[in-house]
Design a protein around this ligand. Structure first.
Ligand code: ATP
Length: 366
């Protein structure tokens, strides 16, 4: 077990002139035994980061240490790391038992008894003892993924790297395996980096999540920190479903009332927020999550009317779509009030749930 530390990691693909910077100046620390989820849209550099840690890509710049050992240039084999892939990567002609023991036989001088003990222990932990004699072709996707996990566990590595390990499973099994994986990781206490593009998976699994975009770290924090205090507009839009609504606004204090002005509405600001925005001399983005929007009556000074275009009942909540200036926005309302397309609603953005970002940098101001 060991802390994983990544400093200033940079990876570039391609020749000069047509280079792709897949990972840019990445700093990450995963405390001993923690579960870190690397999340971000397709092409943001998640797999490349994992492959650099595993030694499957050469690093252009930066260092990777596990425990006290700098492994930046170490051969993959000599890194105490086990990787679990989306496609399981099992040998089809070998039984589950052989798949799990093969790596140990080839790369260690452990005795046959010790290898059998490790395989049995891992199989018991994963509940796959009765599958040990079967070949991958006769196992379900979930069973194959358990064998692949077993193969990683028997190596007793200092770190697990998992690249979208649950993506090939159906939705129900994926949800079940999420919990199983978390329990397993906690039981083993092995530092784990888990890659996914699925923000729900990231939110539910990670002690911390690292959100990447275009190879750059956007935020490292607990899932709730990233949800409630996104550091920039990208994180705010990426975490949460449906996504946060964004409105182009300008700050004005012309008549002594600090206000955010949008073409479709005006928003009178609290003193606290007005103070934060008064020095910002540029267009701003106002952000509000669909679940934060409330219906209200006319007495609220910040209320405004919208016409409902589409209604999607989800059970406990109803998604209500409305247009302002040809842009579509979403409110996620509780279902105690019946809403229909064509209805006019009085809505308000509660001040405590507002987010404000700089328009040009996307940096969070509030
Ligand atoms: P996905 O979720 O789609 O797997 P990702 O976040 O894991 O995406 P990477 O696979 O790390 O992203 O890719 C990051 C960037 O580097 C992308 O622009 C990709 O096209 C590029 N890239 C990755 N591997 C190579 C390679 N071997 N040669 C050239 N470019 C590459």
């Amino acid at each position: 077990m060991a802390k994983i530390e990544i400093n200033n990691l940079t990876k570039v693909f391609g020749k000069s002139g047509e280079q792709i910077v897949a990972v840019r100046d990445l700093d990450l620390t995963i405390p001993d035994g923690d579960f870190l989820v690397l999340v971000g849209p397709s092409g943001c550099g998640k797999s490349t980061t994992l492959r650099c840690i595993a030694g499957l890509e050469t690093v252009i710049d930066g260092t990777i240490t596990i425990g006290d050992q700098d492994i930046t240039d170490a051969k993959p084999k000599s890194r105490s790391i086990a990787m679990v892939f989306q496609n399981y990567a099992l040998y089809p002609h070998m039984t589950a038992q052989e798949n799990m023991s093969f790596g140990l036989k080839m790369t260690t001088d452990l005795s046959g008894d010790e290898i059998s003990r490790r395989v049995q222990d891992a199989a018991a932990m994963l509940g796959i003892e009765e599958l040990l004699g079967k070949k991958p072709g006769s196992l379900s996707g979930g069973q194959q993924q358990r064998v692949a996990l077993g193969r990683a566990i028997v190596r007793e590595p200092e770190a697990f790297l998992m690249d979208e390990p649950l993506s090939n499973l159906d939705a129900k099994l994926r949800t079940q395996m999420r919990t199983e994986l978390q329990d397993l990781q906690q039981k083993l206490g092995i530092s784990t980096i888990y890659v996914t593009h699925d923000q729900t998976e990231a939110m539910t699994m990670g002690d911390k999540i690292a959100i990447l975009n275009h190879g750059k770290l956007q935020q490292l924090g607990t899932p709730l920190e990233c949800y409630y205090q996104p550091q920039n507009q990208f994180v705010a839009g990426f975490i949460g479903s449906p996504s946060m609504n964004f409105f182009d606004v300008t700050y004005s204090n012309s008549d002594g009332q600090p206000t955010l002005k949008h073409d479709g509405f005006q928003y009178s600001l609290s003193n606290e927020l007005a103070e934060k925005l008064s020095d910002v001399n540029q267009p701003l983005i106002l952000g509000i999550r669909p679940e934060s929007i409330e219906m209200t009556d006319n007495t609220d000074k910040n209320a405004f009317q919208v016409e409902v275009s589409v209604v999607e009942p989800l059970g406990e909540r109803t998604l209500v779509y409305f247009d302002i200036d040809d842009e579509t926005y979403i409110a996620s309302l509780t279902t105690d009030i019946l809403v229909n397309p064509g209805d006019t609603l009085n809505i308000v953005f509660p001040g405590e749930n507002l987010h404000v970002f700089e328009s040009d940098t996307g940096k969070s101001i509030h």
